[in-house]
Ligand binder design. Sequence first.
Ligand code: ATP
Ligand code: MG
Length: 781
Amino acid sequence: MSSFDESEAFEGASLAARAMAARGHPYLNELNPAQRDAVEALDGPVLMLAGAGTGKTKALTTRIVHLLNTGKARPNEILAVTFTNKAAREMKERVGRMLGQAIEGMPWLGTFHAICVKLLRRHAELVGLKSNFTILDTDDQLRLLKQLIALENIDDKRWPARMLAGIIDNWKNRAWTPEKVPASEASAYNQRGVEIYAQYQARLKELNAVDFGDLLLHVVEIFRAHQDVLEQYQRWFRYILVDEYQDTNVAQYLWLRLLAGAHKNICCVGDDDQSIYGWRGAEVGNILRFEKDFPGAKVVRLEQNYRSTPHILGAAGGVIRGNESRLGKELWTEKDGGEKVRLIGHWDGEEEARWIGDELESLQRGTRGLEPKSLEDMAILVRASHQMRAFEDRFLTIGLPYRVIGGPRFYERMEIRDAMAYFRLVVSPDDDLAFERIVNTPKRGLGDVAQKKIQYAARSNGVSLVDGARILLDSKGLGGKGAVELGRLIEGLERWRRMVGSPDRSHVELAEIILDESGYTTMWQNDKTPEAPGRLENLKELVKALEAFENLQGFLEHISLVMDNDQADGDEKVSIMTLHAAKGLEFPAVFLPGWEDGLFPSQRSMDESGIKGLEEERRLAYVGITRAEELCTISFAGNRRLYGQWQSAMPSRFIDELPEQHVEVLTPPGLYGGGYGAANPVGGGLEARVAEANVYNSPGWKRMQDRIKDRPVSQPKESRNQVIDLDAVSSHVMGERVFHQKFGYGEIIGIEGDKLEIAFDKAGTKKVISKFVSGADDIPF
Ligand code: ATP
Ligand code: MG
């Protein structure tokens, strides 16, 4: 069993000493009384359950500083879990700023996955792995499953590998090993799910590999089976802090409960309204169960929002009110003024991207009396990553610097994956998937037949593919050009492996050598397709990216975990990301494009999970709007090209839920009012576009026109395609939670004109006039 590295403890102690010296920092004074309460209650369980922008993350970060400052824990004795790498980086920076120095000694501040990789490397042997195991990405995972499915003669058209991958992932999120999958799941994947899951796990072990879900699963298994290891970590992690607790899945929850089980010094913060990972097995119930799991927990509620203007909060509150299953929290702000949330409809997605590009530039220059803003202060948050393409194309055209956050897009490119497979193979010789990927890339005359022979040699000798290839060559089982080339590849791999860690050569130089000597770079240099130069540039970029790491292994680990692909140069950039990736972040100006039914809320999510799916989509809308500090712009397009076909779209039902008093409807360019659409030849000029609009029959388009003309369309309230009735007085719906000044909170059980029948929580059932009633989470400003 491995033990803790002394140098880590030493490193931690020195920082703690420095932290002590920084005592007296006024960080506590920056908090409101409720936050301060949560920060100063250092021992025992604490739950902070509060809405967006109320300073949960700020309090959590301050708590870390306070733990260090009071000498309660050394930096390496604090386990702090956040949701994304970006959030972890920011937290480290914030702690550093408060302490007045850069923070290096917090090895256990990171995402669940990053922390579990470290734990698993220490104890890999306890689950039958070696400590240099490979972490597979979804692509490799699918390839492996496909092989197993093929061996079982299952028709993967009817039973796609992707489906099985989803099922297995789900089981792992619930911390079910193949033996633990309950009988109720036996029918999964045509009754074969559990069986293939077991084979898949066995195969991963042979390959000395894990998938993403395994990182947690294995560590939970280790903790369950080895009390001594668990106790060691229970003692070591004296304080545990968790951000975004509403999005933990069962495996993560068990992991935390095991670690906190002894001392119970655990502080979790979250917001039930921001639970957006139900589709990945997150259980919002975890946060609601906290007080049961940790009896006597201190529960802190925060209600003051420090992030957004009243209009932004009002809009967000109006949308989230549509959800039935929520605790219902009130938010208020001391801020006043600010612009209303802006709403605009466009002809199509390209025009939406053009308009947003122009808006970004005018915000940069300063517009509508606003101070000029940096692109760093602006973000575009999309529901689905395919929406990014239009923005990327547009921004490239107009030379607007941007970055994509949240998806490892750069690393998903073919040439990058190939190069990484070479690196992986050099670091982990038994990484068969990497070998399969590059054995004939560049072409080495090793086609299907040769590859089958290698596979056979490996299988029959119970060795890795590289060793199988060696055996095949030794036994002269392969001839011709293929044999010569395979021999060179194997020699190359051995040579490069010997160079790993050599003092004569940095890992960056080694990476270049690998790409050159393997013939991979030459392959693209000789390629005459238009993409080849770009691919060579990407490879250069990859080598450049290596510089930031100590060695190849560290880099590979980072890549398999990386969620962000920010380019590191100094330019200001606008950020593009999915709503999921935007959790916890904030920007002065936020654009929310693509608010169309089917896209957002996503049709798939509604088809798969019905009302639960819709509610999760609505929480995403809430997350999106509440990222904005000053400006929030929501847009939709009447037409969109999806998978090569034009589709007409209706504005999102969430648009209908935006309270009118917080929204300003803008006139789109190219229609009434000119804008660049009129001057833009691509758009066909104003008249052409109006003519187009007139013959165009989509109800969504019609509604958009009606809205633009400020002519409310009256439709029954229950219609899901109803528009915001700009002139109507605010109305209520059955089942809505409301607040009455005299009788308090209650639920509407009857509506008759302007009279409402309400079952009040405390005052019983009463009939009241609607104007004395406000939505339960209207903000009192
Ligand atoms: P989310 O739910 O979106 O994750 P959060 O509750 O974690 O939000 P933070 O990101 O911690 O909120 O804080 C939101 C903003 O409010 C930040 O800019 C933060 O610096 C600021 N803030 C938090 N608390 C205070 C306070 N007491 N005084 C002034 N500003 C504060
Ligand atoms: Mg937060």
